[in-house]
Design a binder for this molecule. Structure first.
Ligand code: SF4
Length: 469
């Protein structure tokens, strides 16, 4: 949901790395600051100093709260990687905060991972049978174990070896004495971009991190590619045949609109979703109102395409912390009101097209519709800039279970009635893909279509049990 509701799809993780730069830890701090929307539970930075020692600082909380001058001073060296995390696999514990650091026969390694492995459980069980001791419950640790155990003579060889065993989504940074290795899985499900700042290579989940530190975007790490940032410059090799299926939800909701993700402007793609939505589901209305913030660009696209004026009919409070003191007496729609409030002057007496990026459980949408009605809106036509979300994500997005997703058990007509809208229209999967500029086989749309580009055993089991008499 546009309100970044804790009841909805939750952001995943963000990674950042910089090689051979003055004040590397501070650059990582700034990079993570720009990636905060990708994970708010923990933040961490690992640095490598001239003597080859790794230092790491990790803590639960926001980047700005975790790091202060004293903490940054404990991170010496010209090379750093960092991570912000929202727990997608493994419990939300400090032990699971990243970067994970490991002493191996190849020297110390630190790892930062965005994504989720679909076969981590099996690999972990095999490794534990063989005597491996795990220090976290996160899926990312299996990669380091596999690297440490590989018989390959070189570190890049060991990394490629390890990756041949894992399946799923991974945009990875591995910090070592041989430089930073930046890796994207063969499907390139999560983003990872390369840039440069004053001659130092940088790498980040999203390009908005480059903007903050004055770095220039150069290119994406390709699916199935390992890029090494080292004394020798930037070098690349393929470890697997690429089969790109990037996550379309990055463009629907997760990524920041000022980022380039998978080579496309997130803002422009969201606008294209909105324009296409206006063609598929026109409405007789007076005003197009976004659910801030993530409905903004789609609403702009809807307005431009339909000619219905765009207006900011809801305001979002950006300063809502993670906890607030609930009022003793029940106040109607309190939970949503803390974050969103309608602008009566904009919506009163109007037929409103309300544009949001998705409907997850439907409860937040219903509260928003009720709030707009209480503020005097005459009609409310809800338009959603993605198809109904019916399936769980297994590639690094924390989704509610299928049962909790309203669209997995309700028709569009039933959802309209549940959220109490006058009409409801979702962007079609074909429309979304067309606006994204990729065919079905070249994108992950699994949470909408159930077509999983990397086989997921759990999903198969669920399908089988659904078919069982
Ligand atoms: S299932 Fe949805 S959220 Fe997950 S990777 Fe695919 S498109 Fe993205």
């Amino acid at each position: 949901m546009g309100v970044n509701s804790r009841s909805g799809f939750r952001d995943e993780c963000g990674v950042f790395g910089v090689f051979d730069a003055e004040d590397a830890a501070r650059l990582a701090y700034l990079g993570l600051y720009a990636l905060q929307h990708r994970g708010q539970e923990s933040a961490g930075i690992a640095t490598l100093d001239a003597a080859g020692h790794l230092a790491v600082e990790r803590e639960m909380g926001y980047v700005a709260d975790v790091f202060d001058e004293a903490r940054l001073a404990r991170l010496p060296g010209r090379t750093a990687i960092g991570h912000v995390r929202y727990a997608t696999a493994g419990a939300s514990l400090l032990a699971n905060a990243q970067p994970i650091v490991f002493a191996t026969g190849r020297g110390p390694l630190a790892l930062a991972h965005n994504g989720n492995l679909v076969n981590a459980r099996e690999i972990r069980a095999q490794l534990e049978d063989a005597g491996a001791l795990f220090t976290t419950s996160s899926d990312s640790e299996v990669i380091l174990h596999l690297v440490a155990r590989s018989k390959a003579p070189t570190l890049p060889g060991a990394i490629a070896d390890a990756l041949s065993d894992v399946r799923g989504a991974y945009s990875l940074l591995i910090l070592s004495r041989e430089g930073i290795f930046a890796v994207r899985d063969p499907n390139g499900i999560r983003p990872l971009s390369l840039g440069a700042r004053e001659g130092s290579p940088v790498v980040a989940s999203e390009t908005c991190a480059f903007d903050l530190i004055g770095a220039k975007f150069e290119r994406d790490v390709e699916p199935g590619e390992i890029v090494r940032l080292s004394e020798g410059g930037v070098s690349s090799h393929r470890f697997a045949f690429p089969h790109p299926t990037p996550c379309i939800f990055e463009h629907v909701y997760f990524a920041r609109p000022d980022s380039l993700v998978f080579g496309k402007s997130v803002a422009a793609v969201r606008e294209a979703f909105g324009a296409r939505l206006a063609r598929e589901h026109p409405a007789e209305a007076d005003v197009v109102v976004p659910v801030p913030d993530s409905g903004m660009y789609a609403a702009l696209g809807y307005s431009r395409q339909s000619g219905i004026p765009f207006a900011l009919g809801m305001v979002r409070n950006h300063y809502v912390g993670r906890t607030f003191i609930e009022p003793k007496q029940a106040i109607r729609n309190f939970g949503v009101k803390v974050k969103l409030n309608p602008v009566r002057q904009v919506v009163e007496g109007k037929r409103v097209v309300l544009v949001d990026d998705s409907i997850v459980r439907g409860t937040t949408s219903r509260k928003i519709v009720r709030m707009l009605r209480e503020a005097g809106a005459k009609e409310i036509h809800v338009r959603v800039s993605s198809p109904p979300t019916m399936h769980s994500c297994h590639y690094g997005i924390d989704t509610p279970t299928r049962r909790e997703l309203i669209a997995s058990s309700h028709s569009v007509v039933e959802i309209r009635s549940f959220i109490e809208a006058d009409s409801l229209g979702y962007l079609s999967a074909e429309g979304m893909l067309e606006a994204f500029g990729r065919p079905q086989q070249a994108a992950c749309t699994a949470c909408f279509t159930g077509i999983y580009p990397v086989a997921v055993e759990e999903e198969e089991r669920e399908k089988e049990s659904a078919l069982a008499p």
